[in-house]
Design a protein around this ligand. Structure first.
Ligand SMILES: *[C@@H]1O[C@H](CO)[C@@H](O)[C@H](O)[C@H]1NC(C)=O
Ligand SMILES: *[C@@H]1O[C@H](CO)[C@@H](O)[C@H](O)[C@H]1NC(C)=O
Ligand SMILES: *[C@@H]1O[C@H](CO)[C@@H](O)[C@H](O)[C@H]1NC(C)=O
Ligand SMILES: *[C@@H]1O[C@H](CO)[C@@H](O)[C@H](O)[C@H]1NC(C)=O
Ligand SMILES: *[C@@H]1O[C@H](CO)[C@@H](O)[C@H](O)[C@H]1NC(C)=O
Ligand SMILES: *[C@@H]1O[C@H](CO)[C@@H](O)[C@H](O)[C@H]1NC(C)=O
Ligand SMILES: *[C@@H]1O[C@H](CO)[C@@H](O)[C@H](O)[C@H]1NC(C)=O
Ligand SMILES: *[C@@H]1O[C@H](CO)[C@@H](O)[C@H](O)[C@H]1NC(C)=O
Ligand SMILES: *[C@@H]1O[C@H](CO)[C@@H](O)[C@H](O)[C@H]1NC(C)=O
Length: 619
């Protein structure tokens, strides 16, 4: 991943048609809960980063998350799935271990668990870029993660993820793969390895917490490779295809999608529209093909659903000093996206159009705004097809297929001499697919409706040395089967970004950024109850550079990040957090809500003392 962006764009939050959003009923309890938290304290004067501060060993690094909801009145068991050090030679070389379901009685009946949660804990010491990681069970991706940029005295981070919806995979023998490609190279001064421990906790179902409905079977939408990360690496519009064979008694089919931009697509939301890229001298290093990206799901070449992703910023992203020890939302547990393919089951079940071996072709593609190909290199995309099966065959036909092209407009201009250049991109899309199905559980109308809106606005001044970008994506995805809601995803992803590279080229030059980002989402996934969450982050900081030609290093800097986080679910569980970090240390961290105990605040010795920046513990 790039450690800094020369390509920062931005977006106008204003004047966006409100296509869909969380309702006031969904949002207000979160805001009320946050307001009941402890009073915020101001961030103090900033000081240089202290990456070798020995007073806290190791530094606790974190992406905020709401912990999984688990039964409190039953038994559970912890199973270590994987322990591995990703160091020299781990690039392009995932580790693979055998998986077998837990046999211990305390874990509960195999496949009947109330909750399955994973704990991914990583320790790293030294110097290292942020690296992308992915975990697969039997070739279906179950976690997309990335790393901290470690400190010279050691950094540790733990993320807990609810993976109950993968019960069908965990109930069978399989292969667990983790890819966390890392490079250790003295000549690049990169010596940080990632020591990974991955454990699973299985909770037995109880009377008050029965095992939830989950898919009967999960089919990976992935490359299926035995020795490489299983996501598709996309650098063109062709997409990645999987030949799948769907049982003829399939009642419901959902796809969960993982996707992330990498390399020239890491900061896809700041890529310049082709129409305006030529206004800059090549030395500015701006990346073109525009900022709008759509992930498409196609069945035998027919568009079945789309995903407009949330921009995850990695720990080395834009200005790295913003993201240690508090990362941007999604850095260690990237959001995933659900779509309902039940309305296109008539295509997937049609034997007359199946390949000679009886398979259909599901393609995951990423479409951008450039020409041939429309994206840069590259996107990493995979998914899983979650199927619910019935007692007899399903038949049916598609009765409505309203899938007009996305409406995209790009406007912009430049000042005299191209000193200032600006561009705006707006996109919207409505998608409505309906089918009549005859199933072993009766006849039903099934419907997927997607209503999406996007806007991005970029401004580059001083020939690109000053860059602003605002982007917001708003939408609602709903699906119903026989009138019963099976999926609802209402979301809002605003991002505002400013970067100043004015001093970048000087000896001991510097650059800095301000980033505000929100992730606000009410998600009722097909095999889960409603979860509403809001993360709001404000980050500002600078990096000082050495003068190595080519690969320059950060030698000092400042960074201050504040975040509020609020979660509520259909069971009435809540989790609230108000955290702030500055210059590699925690300034404050408060946690409240019913789930507070399962993911408490960082320990007090990690918090800066009132006197200054030296932390309170001594070795
Ligand atoms: C981004 O949004 C902010 C706040 O609405 C606005 O002041 C700024 O002009 C916008 N920037 C761009 C490049 O649209
Ligand atoms: C997560 O795993 C790490 C390493 O195995 C362990 O130290 C930590 O206590 C675990 N955290 C939770 C909440 O289970
Ligand atoms: C699958 O569909 C995609 C998208 O239409 C197409 O590019 C690809 O060639 C197809 N693959 C096969 C094996 O039919
Ligand atoms: C089935 O056919 C498709 C398309 O022709 C091909 O991509 C796929 O690899 C075949 N699968 C098997 C198991 O032979
Ligand atoms: C500004 O950019 C446009 C588009 O590339 C180019 O035609 C024009 O010559 C440039 N003007 C200056 C003064 O560089
Ligand atoms: C379901 O639909 C089929 C085809 O339209 C029809 O023949 C059948 O009678 C219907 N069954 C029920 C229970 O309504
Ligand atoms: C982020 O928000 C802060 C506080 O509202 C504001 O001062 C700053 O300009 C914003 N940054 C961007 C890039 O919009
Ligand atoms: C950008 O940074 C330079 C050098 O530190 C500074 O003089 C200038 O005011 C900054 N510009 C903005 C718009 O913040
Ligand atoms: C970073 O280091 C450079 C070179 O030693 C120095 O000129 C600069 O003032 C330092 N910046 C900070 C914020 O300490």
């Amino acid at each position: 991943m790039r450690t800094m962006a020369r390509t920062l764009a931005i977006a106008a939050l204003a004047a966006l048609p409100v296509y869909a959003q969380l309702t006031a009923d969904e949002l207000q309890p979160l805001l009320n809960g946050l307001a009941r938290g402890p009073a915020a304290t101001a961030i103090e004067k900033r000081v240089p980063l202290m990456t070798d501060d020995p007073t806290v060993v190791p530094l606790v690094d974190l992406q905020l998350f709401a912990p999984p909801v688990v039964p409190l009145d039953g038994t559970s068991c912890v199973m270590e799935l994987l322990q591995h050090s990703f160091g020299d030679g781990s690039y392009g070389a995932p580790t693979v271990v055998a998986y077998a379901p837990p046999a211990d009685a305390g874990c509960g009946e195999v496949g009947e668990w109330a909750t399955i949660s994973l704990n991914l804990t990583v320790y790293s010491i030294g110097t290292q870029y942020d690296r992308l990681g992915s975990i697969y069970l039997s070739h279906a991706e179950i976690w997309r993660t990335s790393s901290a940029e470690p400190t010279k005295t050691g950094t540790v981070w733990t993320t807990i993820k609810d993976v109950t919806h993968y019960t069908a995979l965990f109930a069978q023998d399989g292969e667990l793969m983790m890819d966390f490609g890392n490079i250790v190279d003295d000549s690049l001064l990169l010596d940080g390895a990632f020591d990974v421990t991955l454990t699973a906790t299985f909770y037995a179902a109880t009377e008050s917490f029965p095992n939830p409905e989950t898919a009967n079977t999960i089919i990976p939408l992935s490359s299926g490779a035995s020795d490489l990360a299983n996501y598709f690496t996309l650098d063109s519009d062709a997409g990645g295809s999987t030949a799948v064979s769907i049982p003829d008694n399939t009642l419901e089919a959902f796809a969960e999608i993982y996707c992330s931009g990498n390399s020239a697509e890491e900061f896809w939301y700041t890529n310049t529209p082709d129409e305006y890229a030529d206004y800059f001298p090549e030395s500015t290093g701006l990346i073109a093909k525009g900022p709008f990206r759509e992930v498409q799901v196609l069945v035998d070449g027919t568009l079945a659903a789309v995903v407009w992703p949330y921009p995850v910023i990695y720990t080395g992203g834009v200005t790295p000093s913003l993201w240690r020890p508090l990362t941007s939302y999604g850095a260690y547990d990237a959001p995933t996206y659900w779509v309902d393919l039940t309305p296109v089951l008539p295509l997937l079940l049609d034997s007359s159009t199946a390949a000679a071996n009886g398979t259909h072709n599901i393609t995951l593609a990423v479409v951008g705004q450039g020409s041939a190909p429309s994206i840069n290199s590259n996107w990493f995309v995979s998914g899983g097809l979650h199927l619910k099966l019935g007692d007899g065959p399903t038949k049916g036909f598609i009765t409505k297929y309203e899938v007009p092209e996305a409406e995209t407009t790009t406007t912009g201009g430049a000042s005299d001499g191209n000193v200032t250049v600006w561009a705006q991109v707006a996109a919207q899309r409505e998608l409505n697919i309906e089918a009549e199905l005859e199933t072993s559980e009766g006849n039903r109308t099934v419907r997927l409706v997607q209503s999406l809106s996007y806007s991005n606005s970029q401004l580059y001044a001083d020939e690109g040395w000053l860059q602003w970008a605002n982007q917001t994506t708003v939408g609602t995805i709903t699906s119903t089967h026989g009138g019963r809601q099976r999926l609802r995803d209402a979301f809002e992803y605003p991002l505002a970004l400013f970067s100043n590279y004015s001093l970048y080229e000087m000896q001991y030059g510097a650059y800095g950024s301000s980033i505000n980002q929100t992730h606000r989402r009410s998600l009722t996934a097909p095999f889960a109850s409603m979860k509403i969450l809001q993360s709001v982050q404000h980050a500002v900081g600078e990096i000082g550079m050495d003068d190595w030609p080519g690969l320059r290093h950060a030698i000092n800097g400042t960074g201050a990040t504040e975040q509020t986080f609020a979660y509520r679910d259909a069971r009435g569980e809540t989790y609230f957090r108000d955290a702030a970090t500055r210059n590699d240390g925690w300034v404050r961290d408060a946690v409240w809500g019913t789930l507070a105990g399962a993911n408490p605040a960082v320990p007090p010795e990690q918090i800066y003392s009132a006197e200054g920046f030296l932390r309170t513990i001594t070795l």
